[in-house]
Design a protein around this ligand. Structure first.
Ligand SMILES: C[S@@+](CC[C@H](N)C(=O)[O-])C[C@H]1O[C@@H](n2cnc3c(N)ncnc32)[C@H](O)[C@@H]1O
Length: 265
C-alpha cells in the first residue's frame, strides 16, 4: 500500500516531478560521468551523501542542497526519511537529483529509493557512476582482472545488516578470483583468518583508504603480514580491501622506468 504523504507547498506548478539517481564516482571531482554532471546542473533540489565530493554542488548554484548522509554534527536521516524527502521535493520543486558516492546500485540502496518514489507515479532515471570497487584499485595500479592471474572478481560488503561477517568472504577466500571488500576495516582480522584457513598465506592484499582523493593511502602486503602493517599504519575509512594475486603485480610505473632503462642503456 502507498503511504499518504503530507506534501510541501508547490514551488513551481509547471514542473514534472522527477527523481534522477546519480552516481558521483569515488571522490575525485572529475570521476563523474558527463550525464551525471548535466543532471546536477539541471537539478532544483539535490539530496547528497557523505562520500560525495561537495565541489560537485557548485555546478548547481541555485539548487536547494540537502545533506542526508551520516557525519558528525549533522542530523542523520533514516532511509525512510530520505525516501519521503525525495517524494516531497519531487512534487514541490520538480527535478530532484539523488547524488550518491560511486555507483548508486553498488551497496548504495539506490534501487530501494527508486522503488519507493515510483510508487507515487514519479518519473525516475538512473545515471550510473564509477564505482569505488573498480576505480579505487585501478588508481592504485591494481587491475581487478588480469589475463593469466585472475579471471573473475567479486565485490563484497564485509558485514551483513546484523553486523556479522558476510559469509560470502569465505567463498571468495576459496576462489582464485579477486575479492574487493567494502566496509571491511573493522573485519580485517576475520577476513585474514578465512584466507589463512584456505592456505592463502602469500596471497596479496591491499588496503586503500580515501582512494582517488589527495589524502589517499595504500598499504600493500600479504595475508601473512597485513595485520602487522595495518597496526603500524591504521588508515581511516572509507577504505577498500583488495585480495588476490593481482595485488602482487608489479605497479605499472615501475615497469615503465625499467623499460626506459632497457631502451636507453
Ligand atoms: C556504502 S558503500 C558505497 C559504495 C559506492 N556505492 C560505490 O559504488 O563506490 C561505502 C564503501 O565504499 C568504499 N569506498 C567508497 N568510496 C571510497 C574511496 N574513495 N576510497 C576507498 N573506499 C571507498 C568503502 O569501503 C566504503 O565504506
Amino acid at each position: 500500500m502507498v503511504k499518504k504523504i503530507k506534501l510541501l507547498k508547490m514551488k513551481n506548478p509547471n514542473t514534472t516531478p522527477k527523481v534522477t539517481l546519480v552516481g558521483a564516482g569515488p571522490g575525485d571531482l572529475e570521476l563523474i560521468t558527463l550525464k551525471g554532471l548535466n543532471a546536477i546542473k539541471h537539478a532544483e533540489v539535490i539530496l547528497y551523501d557523505a562520500l560525495v565530493n561537495e565541489e560537485l554542488l557548485d555546478f548547481a548554484p541555485i539548487a536547494t542542497k540537502i545533506f542526508v548522509g551520516k557525519r558528525k554534527g549533522f542530523k542523520a536521516y533514516s532511509q525512510d526519511e530520505i525516501n519521503l524527502l525525495l517524494v516531497k521535493y519531487a512534487f514541490s520543486h520538480g527535478n530532484v537529483v539523488r547524488l550518491k558516492g560511486g555507483d548508486s546500485f553498488v551497496f548504495g540502496r539506490g534501487y530501494e529509493e527508486l522503488e519507493f518514489v515510483e510508487k507515487y507515479g514519479i518519473e525516475t532515471t538512473v545515471v550510473p557512476g564509477i564505482s569505488s570497487s573498480i576505480a579505487v584499485p585501478a588508481l592504485a595500479g591494481i587491475p581487478v582482472t588480469h589475463r593469466g592471474t585472475s579471471t573473475s572478481f567479486t565485490v563484497i560488503s564485509a558485514s551483513l545488516s546484523n553486523g556479522e561477517l558476510n559469509p560470502d568472504v569465505k567463498y571468495a577466500a576459496q576462489s582464485n578470483g579477486t575479492a574487493v571488500i567494502l566496509m571491511g576495516l573493522t573485519k580485517l582480522d576475520e577476513i585474514v583468518s578465512l584466507y589463512k584457513r584456505a592456505g592463502k598465506f602469500e596471497t596479496g592484499i591491499a588496503i586503500i583508504s580515501n582512494g582517488s582523493l589527495p589524502n589517499e593511502e595504500i598499504i600493500r602486503g600479504t595475508i601473512s603480514n597485513i595485520q602487522f602493517k595495518f597496526e603500524e599504519n591504521p588508515v581511516p575509512s572509507p577504505a577498500i580491501i583488495v585480495v588476490g594475486e593481482v595485488v602482487n603485480l608489479q605497479p605499472i610505473t615501475e615497469n615503465v622506468v625499467a623499460n626506459h632503462e632497457l631502451i636507453y642503456a
